[in-house]
Design a protein around this ligand. Structure first.
Ligand SMILES: Nc1ncnc2c1ncn2[C@@H]1O[C@H](COP(=O)(O)OP(=O)(O)O)[C@@H](O)[C@H]1O
Ligand SMILES: [Mg+2]
Length: 279
């Protein structure tokens, strides 16, 4: 059985800027791969490349092999735009760092969640869509979801907005979730809660996940395997335990030294434990 997704020799350039130089990795069904690296190393460009969201300025080469439901591998880079858009709506979902910019400020969150149910909504009645949206909000622990259905994004906290985006991402039951710095904009306590929610949902749904962060400790809490990225290359891949306890690459060692360790009390303010590494 091939991996759910396998990136082979991915190269992405913007004009003369080589953002991604020969990146290869794979993610198995139900597996969480952590992608870690300092700001500017190419993590987001990799994620956007997988989703076909880079725009025409980017020149992309290599292969992104996706295992279809039928079991055959298809190269996302060869897919027509319409097909990749459908895949993005249903089978591959994404959540970003900044929940406010991903939500429409003038549309109620209930409607936004209902409308994100692209795979099924055509056959849903208005009442059905509303019921499913409320259930999706309840599944990410939005308190009083039914009463707050008509509220707008600014009426929710940052952590709640990120939960709402997770609800939108998962409503179509994707097979792969790409989470790009999903907790970086949140304060430490809320970050821990959202990480716990992602872990719970990932296990409940057997979801495969590409979990991206500049923070090796955060990645270590969620992923089972880690790929370390530096200047557009993967410099090290291994199990969480190996990468955190026996890093092979000098760069991984410097990332480890720069961030709070797993033994750090994450309920303490990060200012105490190396806030300068957070972007
Ligand atoms: N649209 C773009 N045009 C030109 N260069 C870009 C564009 N997007 C990203 N880059 C460059 O690609 C590199 C990787 O960026 P990015 O993937 O956003 O890093 P990370 O997410 O790891 O912080 C950076 O040097 C960045 O400046
Ligand atoms: Mg980024």
């Amino acid at each position: 059985m091939p991996a759910l997704i396998e990136i082979r020799n991915l190269q992405i350039r913007f004009g003369t800027t080589e953002a991604i130089r020969a990146v290869s990795f794979h993610i198995e069904e139900g597996e969480v791969l952590g992608l870690v690296g300092e700001s500017g190393s190419g993590k987001s460009v990799t994620a956007l490349g997988i989703l076909g969201l880079l725009g025409s300025a980017a020149q992309v080469a290599g292969q992104i092999l996706w295992r279809s439901e039928a079991g055959a591998a298809v190269d996302l880079l060869q897919m027509p735009p319409g097909a990749i858009r459908r895949l993005r709506g249903c089978r591959i979902a994404m959540i970003f760092q900044e929940p406010m910019t991903a939500l429409n400020p003038v549309m109620s969150i209930g409607r936004q969640v209902a409308e994100s149910a692209s795979a099924h909504s055509a056959s849903w009645t208005g009442r059905e869509a509303k019921r499913k949206a409320i259930a999706a909000l309840e599944a990410v622990s939005i308190p009083e979801a039914a009463r707050r259905y008509g509220d707008y994004p600014h009426q929710f906290s940052g952590g709640q907005r990120q939960r709402i985006l997770i609800a939108m991402a998962l409503i179509n039951r994707p097979r792969l979730l790409i989470a790009d710095e999903p907790t970086t904009a949140l304060d430490v306590t809320v970050q821990a809660q959202v990480l716990q929610l992602l872990r719970d949902l990932q296990q409940q749904h057997g979801l495969a996940m590409l979990f991206i962060s500049h923070d090796l400790a955060v990645v270590g809490e969620v992923a089972s395997r880690i790929a370390v990225m530096r200047m557009g290359r993967i410099v090290e891949t291994g199990s969480v335990r190996d990468v955190l306890t026996r890093p092979q690459h000098e760069y991984t060692r410097s990332l480890l030294a720069a961030v709070p360790t797993l033994r750090t009390d994450r309920n303490q303010p990060l200012a105490m434990v190396g806030a300068s590494t957070r972007s």
